[in-house]
Design a protein around this ligand. Structure first.
Ligand SMILES: C[S@@+](CC[C@H](N)C(=O)[O-])C[C@H]1O[C@@H](n2cnc3c(N)ncnc32)[C@H](O)[C@@H]1O
Length: 323
């Protein structure tokens, strides 16, 4: 197994600016690359969440290297408020989210994320809830097409859905290899070199793991937990994620032209919004990083800083306890 090479690591550290005695959250522990860098950068405390029990189990070795400083929690970052609240943590000096799947998950055929290696059609990061196979075999054709279109931005969604429904009538689709073959028969390889199954696999993975719902909950909770001067840093890997993060951060910084569902507290347009965009434009990987880590090609990093004095913070967050 090759392990996970962290993306935009120096940029993440600069954006987060961890400091001695600060309390931080890494909401996507994964292979621990970000966590190790944060812990090495100063004498801070780091809470780390991952919904994948295997990631948390692997993290024990890193926790042993930083006694008392790294606390690993199995769960979803969309539940950060309750996961941390139960442990007496209501305020954070920084939160980092490195979205998507890790190379550990992608490279293990048995997890069912990959169209390159044959495995069971699973795709569950947390090993709970319905699998991709259950969606592919049960959803009505129309819903399947909408899912591929909306979450995969797949223009051939209707043709692919039709082919899936025809194939599953012969026998249930239970492997990544068979699903990828069905999609490749509909869509021949294009000149970009991208596998025709890429977008459909992305769509299924996002739905199986409710990834957009998780991000929405996490952004809202992260800004509630940030202490003055605290920063939220998010690295995303596809346009649906990045659009949500961009809209949310712009609205939180009082910049969005009109209220939207990504601005639930109506912060847009308010000069007292209490947050500042650290990255007015998303940071991207340079050619050197892309050459050694192709996954970084689509990465975008955005960061937001809380600038409100403490006593003005978050009217809607009565559940926060005073320090
Ligand atoms: C791209 S990897 C993170 C890599 C990490 N930054 C590193 O340097 O090794 C993403 C990780 O986030 C986890 N993850 C994705 N969505 C999650 C969620 N909603 N809650 C908790 N963990 C999640 C995945 O299981 C995966 O391990």
């Amino acid at each position: 197994m090759s392990g996970h090479v962290p993306v935009l690591l120096p940029q993440m550290l600069t954006a987060l600016t961890p400091r001695d005695d600060g309390i931080y959250l890494d909401g996507t522990f994964g292979g621990g690359g970000y966590a190790a860098a944060i812990l090495r950068s100063c004498r801070c405390t780091l809470w780390a969440i991952d919904r994948d029990p295997e990631a948390i189990a692997r993290g024990a070795a890193l926790a042993a290297r930083f006694p008392g400083r790294l606390h690993l929690l199995h769960g979803r970052f969309g539940d950060m408020l309750s996961l941390l609240g139960e442990r007496g943590v209501s305020r954070l000096d920084g939160v980092v989210l490195d979205l998507g799947v890790s190379s550990f998950q992608l490279d293990e055929a048995a997890r069912g994320f990959s169209f390159r290696a044959d495995g069971p059609l699973d795709m569950r990061m947390g090993r709970d809830g319905p699998t991709a196979a259950e969606l592919v075999n049960r959803l009505p054709e129309r819903e399947l097409a909408d899912l591929l279109y909306e979450l995969g931005e797949e223009r051939a969604s209707r043709r692919i859905a039709r082919a899936i429904v025809a194939a599953r009538a012969e026998a249930p689709i239970t492997t990544t290899g068979r699903l990828a073959a069905i999609i490749r028969r509909v869509l021949p390889p294009n000149r970009s070199g991208m596998d025709p199954a890429t977008r459909s696999f992305q769509a299924l993975r996002i739905r199986v793991n409710d990834e957009l719902g998780e991000i929405e909950r996490a952004l809202e909770q992260a800004v509630q937990m940030l202490a003055p001067g605290g920063r939220l840093v998010v690295v995303s890997f596809h346009s649906l994620e990045d659009r949500m993060v961009k809209r949310f951060m712009t609205a939180a910084a009082g910049r969005a032209p009109s209220p939207s569902r990504h601005d639930p507290r109506g912060l847009a347009g308010r000069s007292d919004a209490g947050f500042r965009l650290v990255t007015p434009k998303a940071l991207r990987s340079g050619a050197a990083e892309i050459a050694v880590n192709p996954r970084s090609r689509s990465a975008r990093l955005r960061a937001l800083e809380c600038v409100l004095p403490d006593h003005h913070r978050h009217p809607g967050s009565a559940h926060r306890t005073a320090p």
